[in-house]
Ligand binder design. Sequence first.
Ligand code: UGA
Length: 427
Amino acid sequence: MEICVVGAGYVGLTTAAVLADRGHTVFCTDVDTDKIAKLRKGIIPIYEPGLTELIKDNQQRDTLFFDTDSKKHMAHCPVIMIAVGTPSAKDGSADMKYVKHVITAIAETIRSYKTIIMKSTVPPGTADWVEEELQQRGTRPDLFDIVSNPEFLREGTAIEDTVHPDRIVIGAKRSEAAMKVQEMYASLQTTFLLTNRLEAELIKYASNAFLATKISFINEIARICDAYSADIMEVSQGIGLDERIGSRFLQAGLGYGGSCFPKDVNALDYVASSKGVKLDLLHAVKKINRSQIDIYLNKITHALGEWTEKPRIAVWGATFKENTDDIRYSQAIALMKKLTHRGYAVYAYDPLATPELPSVIWCSSPYVAVEQADVLVVATAWHSFLEADWHKVKTLMRRPVIVDGRNALDKKNLELHGFAYMGVGRP
Ligand code: UGA
């Protein structure tokens, strides 16, 4: 199929590259001229394992093209996939301005039948709204179908998630349109859920809200573990073995961040309240996630005790999780801000990100960051942090205290090296 993917962000780029790799001809467009110029030269604007190779391979095979002229490709491709951002507006709702731009462009160019796939995460009712918008702009109803096809890939494992998805959800009004989208994914072995558009839109929000709930749940149980000096790692393993619960997303730590969970939980809350529904559980999920930073802050303050000389805190990790360069809504950064606000000197290191933060000093290596540190906080579970040279770290630090922001380090090994280890819910 000839497919026009509008939006070259994480979702658009990964989906375009995988679809091109699976035999389609894909034209990926974006309004950002600089980004497109770089992509044409094989320079990928984001860090995502395996993506650079996949894009370059398909550019060489002439199956993947990048362009700023979305209208040209919308006009000739029978399939248009909308993968633009829907960031949080100030009131928590999803900001639909980029989706609106795409709708306008489609209305201006449409001459032949199009299957329009909504890949962006959008509020329930969006597919109906897009349909009305197009018709109000004079587009004949028989010229298009709107299909809701939400994305479930994670940053850091985006290609693997796209090639081996747990399921593909297709929400359509007409079965012919659903079949067309299913045919597009024919090379992927997975379960296809064919449903209505509203349900597909809600499946996306509900999935992210449930995963965020799992994380806040385990973080709350970690607080009880702290109170009893019990080990959350054992508790988490024990409950995760129940197939009804499942072991994934039960890792206690600094809490969730990123461009999806905080935004989508807020957007679901917004649409629910617009319908007069109060989401008590999700309010609690958000509250727990916010306060998780303070739990760590208190542990650090407690470990420092009384001080005369300004304490020096080393922080490893700034991105919202490992294997990405994305710092949006990063809990690591939220913690750094609070640490500097408390008057501590913060020396930070991240393999990919060095965002400008008042009073944070960025170091050239994790080992430079820990020089003379009173506490080391591991805020992101990058593999290189988990496998650090702990002997070297211990000799460089002023006091051997480690705070594990992801409960990901080997506690026993660190204690053998003479560190005082603190996670959440770790005795
Ligand atoms: C999330 C979902 O997992 C994807 O299915 C979805 O497609 C995506 O949002 C989206 O809506 O686009 P992502 O934000 O890339 O993916 O990253 P996750 O791996 O879900 O991690 C989110 C946050 O939760 C990270 O800060 C991570 O450190 C934290 N987390 C995750 C925990 O604190 N504990 C866990 O057990 C798992």
